[in-house]
Design a protein around this ligand. Structure first.
Ligand SMILES: Cc1cc2nc3c(=O)[nH]c(=O)nc-3n(C[C@H](O)[C@H](O)[C@H](O)COP(=O)(O)OP(=O)(O)OC[C@H]3O[C@@H](n4cnc5c(N)ncnc54)[C@H](O)[C@@H]3O)c2cc1C
Length: 339
């Protein structure tokens, strides 16, 4: 069981800056995110797009903003649990008991939900039988490409992820690339590379086909794909990878007894606390009169929620407001030299 002063759900820009604010005032925190990378919408939806309305940063991309936020919290060595969705939040005395889908548990007086538009979940294959093979021979992201070495891998999808992995894995595996259309949506250079590899027989290309069935005992043995013209092929394969993009789901947050309206959580604007004491909501997921779904709003909301956490985490101490420019305590926490 992990004990912490505050648990942050969501490693988007709001969650990251909220972690900074908590550590600055001397509280511990840990962060959980369902995605396998840090950055929320900025990194998942628009890493290369320039943002023009971050205060004092005239222009930066989603990826640059994320990297800057990561650098800003680096001195604090914050424990981040990626690829895990928070499924359960329930009261345990004065604390909240929190559990992830992988069974990790936390005990904390403060839960800060910085869950954006909900958890990003991969869009999955439609045949129900695929569930049985999930995380064994069917994957929706690649964590360790070495498991595919020398095997047959059937990759589904027509965007950058599918194409990039088809090119990459063709170096060490037998690759089938299957897409429901004739044209691909990825970067032109990668599309060209895929066609070149298909021509030289390094990739088997199947277009206008979709997955209709899978079979195998414990592991996948073959897949059945169907062409638009109803032609059916059965292909022997060891693995199937699906890259169909992500869907956003409010998911388990809806079951934690919070005031939810239109997929957002109602909060006050003093502490950004929900209807449950010790549970706060900040960033895109919170709602209050005048709420702006902008990154800068999330930063402000996180700063206030962090101060509110102090009372429950340190009931016998008084929170003292300090500037970073002049506080020796803050500089010590950041590991920088005081004047
Ligand atoms: C195309 C586009 C362009 C944009 N441009 C701008 C702009 O120019 N300026 C601007 O200010 N804003 C912009 N935005 C909006 C901005 O990206 C959001 O306001 C911001 O990302 C919200 O940050 P957040 O941290 O609250 O949520 P998110 O970035 O959505 O992060 C939330 C994180 O929480 C995780 N999560 C949710 N539920 C769970 C759970 N149960 N367990 C574990 N993890 C969970 C999700 O996986 C996600 O990573 C843009 C948005 C888009 C889509």
């Amino acid at each position: 069981m992990n004990k912490t002063d505050a648990l942050i759900i969501g490693a988007g820009p709001t969650g990251l800056f909220t972690a900074h604010q908590l550590k600055l005032i001397g509280l511990d925190c840990e962060i959980v995110d369902n995605l396998d990378k840090i950055g929320g919408q900025c990194i998942e939806l628009y890493p290369d797009k320039p943002i023009y309305d971050i205060p004092a940063v005239p222009e930066c991309t989603g990826e640059e903003l994320t990297n800057n936020l990561i650098n800003q919290i680096k001195p604090f060595n914050i424990k981040t649990h990626l690829g895990e969705r928070v499924d359960e939040v329930k009261k345990d005395g004065d604390n909240w008991f929190v559990k992830t889908n992988l069974g990790k548990t936390f005990l904390t007086p403060n839960v800060i939900i910085a869950g954006g538009v909900g958890s990003f979940e991969p869009r999955k294959f439609s045949p129900k039988e695929c569930e049985k093979f999930e995380n064994k021979s069917i994957f929706y992201s690649v964590k360790d490409k070495t498991i595919f070495e020398g095997k047959t891998v059937s990759i589904f999808g027509g965007g950058d992820s599918a194409l990039d992995w088809a090119v990459e894995l063709s170096k060490s595996c037998k690759v089938n690339l299957i897409h429901r259309r004739d044209d691909f949506r990825g970067a032109q250079a990668t599309v060209d590379k895929v066609h070149e590899l298909a021509k030289s027989g390094k990739i088997n290309l199947f277009t206008k086909y979709q997955l209709t069935n899978v079979s195998g005992k414990d592991n996948l043995e073959s897949i059945e794909i169907k062409h638009d013209n109803k032609d059916i092929k059965t292909i022997k394969t060891d693995f199937a990878l699906g890259f169909f993009g992500l869907i956003m789901q409010l998911g388990p947050i809806a079951d934690w007894g919070l005031n939810i309206d239109k997929k957002t959580v109602a909060v006050d604007t003093e502490k950004f606390e929900t209807n449950q004491k010790g549970i706060y909501a900040v960033g895109d997921i919170c709602s209050y009169p005048g709420k702006l779904k902008l990154i800068l709003s999330g930063f402000h909301e996180g700063a206030l929620a962090a101060r509110a956490c102090f009372k429950l985490a340190r009931p016998n101490e008084k929170y003292r407001f300090e500037f970073t420019t002049s506080s020796k305590t803050i500089k010590d926490r950041l590991g920088v030299k005081s004047d």
